[in-house]
Write a protein that binds this ligand. Structure first.
Ligand SMILES: Cc1ncc(COP(=O)(O)O)c(C=O)c1O
Length: 452
């Protein structure tokens, strides 16, 4: 499966220097002088090149990548077919601005997105450059189309860091601290998180309780339906901790939206593009968004955001919303190649390898004193660490230590939420790489448990 890695780099990690190596140290020092300190680096990986699921750093150390550039590199690093599409397009046209001129491949991609997104109705596509911009477009469109002003988002959600999306985002205080006031008319409701239900009810009651709170408290006392433009939801909370809600929660949100003429905006920025074994995570619950937001994996690493809406909603006039770079031809060419690969093989591979990993991880809560819960769909898997299985006290320092220990063993991971390890590899991994990653993660976990 992972041919590029197999032929060019080998497909397993190999460390040659103590970490960070001398070249990495040099870059990290310069970075500290010149780059915004708002970035969150868990460990000093200084990447030089990547092939498949392998990243090589500036000292020649090779890492197995289970972070994929924050769930972006779905086709692996530098997939030959994606690179070829980029090269070919780069020789033809780098930029024209699809907002002021017509561009054929932007139409081709929009037509393809129409076909692979839920809902058998005409849709329209708005192009931007990132996840946060895809959300901004959705917010503006929802207000414009409904004439209503309010939005409902969920505690723990992450939708981006520009002012509109940040007004929804509530996954970490540091993302908001010092930046208010935010967009008015945004209200937050509890998200169904059965392992630690925000309403304190047992797991099987969590989804109905959260839906009841939304319907009978938020919509009755804070944001009346006739003022509510949209409910904005991640079908799996990403940055918030890879929280997988029961299907009935998402289905309930859709029912509430339909009942009150509220738009259902589904943020598939992290969970979409085949990561969960289907095109969209919301498909597992069978929901149909009015507006769907996509970014991250869509172009295998080139910047592209897409907001796909029911055609009858996207009726704003020329000039109402646009972006100079949105739908850049090279990014669109990468997206078309990415979609072809996902369709032909990677969606199935994500499902197969995801099932395999989840099966192998199933007994970790019983075998490991720090593992509280393992959850996920496809190759979007969270391992939540706790200090105490009964009280479920979160283990953030231990989580960070596990991620650091994994790095020292050649495995790239990221955290999500305060105390969860996220597994978000490229969708091209094979079983040997899955086994290798679990071996290294378990080794790191055991080391931290010994010290815990
Ligand atoms: C669900 C979700 N929405 C939106 C965003 C924002 O995307 P970007 O960082 O491209 O602006 C992210 C980024 O992590 C995300 O996970």
């Amino acid at each position: 499966m992972n041919k590029a890695a197999a032929t060019l780099e080998g497909k397993l990690p190999q460390l040659k220097t103590p970490l960070p190596g001398p070249e990495a140290q040099r870059v990290v020092k310069l970075d500290a002088r010149y780059i915004s300190p708002s970035y969150t680096r868990s460990y000093p990986l200084v990447a030089r090149r990547g092939r498949g699921a392998i990243v090589e750093d500036v000292d020649g150390n090779r890492f197995l990548d289970f972070a994929a550039g924050i769930a972006v590199c779905v086709t692996g690093h530098c997939h030959p077919e994606v690179v070829q599409a980029i090269e070919q397009q780069a020789r033809e046209l780098l930029h024209i601005s699809a907002t002021d001129f017509y561009q054929e491949n932007a139409v081709t991609l929009a037509e393809k997105l129409q076909a692979i997104t839920p809902g058998d109705f005409p849709k329209r596509v708005f192009y931007s450059n990132s996840g946060t911009e895809a959300i901004e477009a959705a917010l503006k469109l929802a207000r414009f189309a409904t004439g209503r002003k309010n939005f409902i988002a969920f505690f723990g959600c992450f939708h981006g860091r520009t002012y509109g999306s940040l007004s929804l985002t509530s996954s970490k205080a540091v993302q908001r601290e010092g930046f208010g006031p935010f967009l008015p008319g945004v209200f937050h409701a509890p998200y169904a998180y059965p392992y630690r239900c925000p309403l304190g009810v047992p797991p099987e009651r969590c989804a109905p309780a959260c839906l009841d709170y939304l319907e009978n408290t938020v919509l009755r006392t804070l944001s009346p339906p006739q003022d509510t433009a949209a409910i904005v939801v991640e079908p799996i909370q990403g940055e918030g901790g890879y929280v997988v809600p029961p299907d009935e929660f998402l289905q309930g949100l859709e029912r509430i939206c339909r009942q009150h003429g509220i738009l259902l905006v589904v943020d598939e920025v992290q969970s979409g593009m085949g990561r969960t074994g289907r095109w969209w995570a919301g498909e597992h619950a069978g929901i149909t968004p009015d507006i769907l937001c996509v970014a991250k994996g869509i172009a295998s690493g080139l910047p592209l955001g897409v907001t796909i809406a029911r055609a009858d909603l996207m009726r704003w006039p020329p000039g109402a919303h646009a972006s100079t770079f949105g739908g850049n031809p090279v990014a669109v060419a990468a997206a078309l190649a990415t979609i072809r690969l996902i369709e032909e093989q990677l969606k199935d591979n994500a499902r197969r390898l995801g099932d395999y990993l989840l099966k192998r991880l199933a007994d970790w809560p019983a075998r490991h004193k720090l593992v509280g819960e393992v959850r996920g769909r496809g190759l979007m898997i969270g391992v939540e660490l706790v200090r105490d299985k009964k009280t479920r006290e979160r283990a953030p320092a231990e989580r960070n230590a596990v991620i650091q220990a994994a790095f020292e063993r050649g495995l790239l991971l990221l955290g999500c939420g305060p105390n969860t390890v996220r597994l978000a590899p490229p969708l091209i991994i094979d079983q040997e790489q899955a086994d290798c990653a679990l071996g290294l993660l378990e080794d790191a976990l055991t080391q931290v448990e010994k010290g815990a």
